[in-house]
Design a protein around this ligand. Structure first.
Ligand code: GLP
Length: 233
């Protein structure tokens, strides 16, 4: 793991942008993307740049179950607002959280990932160490599946909703095995509330109780952290 310390999310987003730009020079074709507050500054750098994504395919990590695409908390809406409406891609994939058969949708999404091997995966981290929506206890061997969100994640994400009871209880999430197949990974974390998760990810044992700890065994991971998130390293 390469730890990159930055002053704030703006500088962190710039570092991530620079790594991406270098890899685009090398011809990467598929980008794994994340939502949440963490990558917003990174997406601002992308949309302000002259990078051309018209030959790039994107594959998002996850989507809530049950939110219509025009709900401003759906990840589909988030991605259009922060990136896709400003930068056209060859193709954008997100899991369909409204699919009638969610298990079949998970299988379908796994086929999409198999057909489009991810060159660079962008990640945030939950305060409980989750990546995507792979909550503590998720199998390191897992592929895309229907997952139940933990009370911690529901509470963490309630800030984006009017009431906590509006936060969906389930999501479709790319699995940890699929994330690990990405050739390179950038994980960004900002703020003190991520410090425990970041420390366990970098220094703790590899355990399914802290999903991000598996990243220690990946050959090319960039961990971009501000002072708060790095405060217990
Ligand atoms: C969300 C997403 C993750 C994200 C994490 C942190 O629930 N599923 O992909 O990394 O939680 O969110 P934030 O960046 O807002 O702290």
């Amino acid at each position: 793991m390469k730890i990159i310390k930055v002053t704030d999310a703006v500088e962190g987003g710039l570092k991530a942008y620079e790594i991406l730009a270098e890899k685009m020079d090398d011809g990467i074709k598929t980008l794994g993307l994340a939502t949440g507050s963490t990558p917003i500054e990174f997406y601002k750098h992308l949309t302000a740049s002259d990078l051309d994504f018209t030959d790039m395919t994107s594959i998002n990590l996850d989507e809530y179950v049950g939110l219509p695409k025009d709900n401003d908390q759906s990840y589909d809406y988030f991605m259009k607002e922060h990136l896709f409406d400003k930068k056209p891609f060859k193709k954008n994939y997100l899991p369909d959280g409204l699919a009638a058969d969610l298990d079949a949708e998970a299988d379908h999404y796994n086929q999409i990932i198999d057909q489009n091997p991810i060159d660079l995966q962008i990640l945030g981290i939950g305060s409980n160490g989750h990546i995507g929506f792979n909550e503590p206890g998720a199998s390191f061997e897992g592929t895309t599946s229907l997952v139940d969100l933990t009370d911690q994640t529901i509470a963490d994400n309630a800030r984006f909703f009017v009431h906590e009871n509006e936060v969906p209880r389930q999501a479709l999430s790319m699995g940890i095995a699929s994330i690990m197949q990405s050739k390179a990974i950038i994980l960004m974390a900002y703020g003190k509330n991520k410090a425990n998760a970041v420390t366990a990810m970098v220094h703790g044992p590899l355990t399914e109780n802290l999903p991000a700890s598996i990243l220690q065994s990946h050959p090319e991971v960039y961990v971009i952290v501000d002072e708060g998130a790095a405060s217990k390293l």
